[in-house]
Design a protein around this ligand. Structure first.
Ligand SMILES: [Zn+2]
Length: 234
């Protein structure tokens, strides 16, 4: 018999599941995150669920309201635009910094991530694509020698999942393969060209924000969690 996972490992698993479900926009802003429901769904104690919700609140992804419980956080369209404005600036600085020092192993790791994105595009798996596209930018940020810049983007980018609302199918992610174009320019040492494409790319995503899009409130929290394929084995 395999030994049962430690409470910390169990907490990490549930945290990762919920974190990814929010970043994939499977759990939409304002979804109520009921402790009892989640404890039941994941087969863990409510104590673990409370700890996980606390961590997600620390990430800015969950909002805790006195006497009402926890909800997936939401940001306004204006806040989403501010995030993209900040992201564009930091992205440009990171690209300029990493272009001269990028190793072939680092390039290969980023190309592998893009290959997974292509596969998600082909399979029309838009939730997965949403998460992988963010991961591309966070992986690029992680290569920065300035750990604060990397940390800043790793905190900032997941928050874009909380904006109402994106038309992922019509984003330029699949059609133009801009991540590959950015990486090609970095590989060729053309930092300014890479910055220009990255700015266009983020402009395109920002333009896909649609304040008038409505959400589908019919699907319950548990159904939404069941619909997504867990990325980690328990
Ligand atoms: Zn991107």
């Amino acid at each position: 018999m395999p030994s049962s996972p430690s409470p910390k490992a169990t907490e990490d698993r549930v945290y990762t599941e919920l974190y990814e479900a929010i970043c994939e926009r499977q759990l939409l802003p304002d979804t109520k995150l009921g402790e009892a429901l989640l404890a039941d769904h994941f087969g863990v104690s409510r104590t673990i669920i409370r700890q996980v919700l606390q961590r997600l609140a620390g990430d800015g992804l969950v909002r805790q309201e006195p006497h009402r419980g926890a909800f997936v956080a939401r940001i306004t369209l204006a806040e989403a635009r501010q995030i993209y404005a900040a992201w564009r600036l930091v992205e440009a600085t990171i690209i300029r910094e990493v272009t001269p020092t990028m190793t072939s192993a680092q390039l290969q790791a980023l190309r592998n991530l893009i290959a997974q994105e292509r596969q998600a595009c082909e399979q029309a798996d838009y939730p997965l694509l949403t998460r992988l596209s963010s991961q591309f930018h966070m992986a690029l940020a992680a290569l920065s020698q300035n750990k604060y810049l990397g940390q800043f983007l790793r905190e900032l980018i997941p928050l874009t999942a909380l904006a109402y609302f994106y038309d992922v199918k019509n984003m330029p992610l699949c059609r133009k393969d801009e991540h590959s174009q950015i990486l090609d320019c970095i590989e060729a040492g053309e930092a300014e060209q890479a910055v220009a494409i990255a700015e266009q790319h983020l402009d395109g995503i920002e333009a896909a924000l649609d304040a008038s899009a409505s959400l589908d409130p019919q699907i319950s929290l548990v159904d939404r969690l069941r619909l997504r394929q867990p990325s980690l084995s328990p």
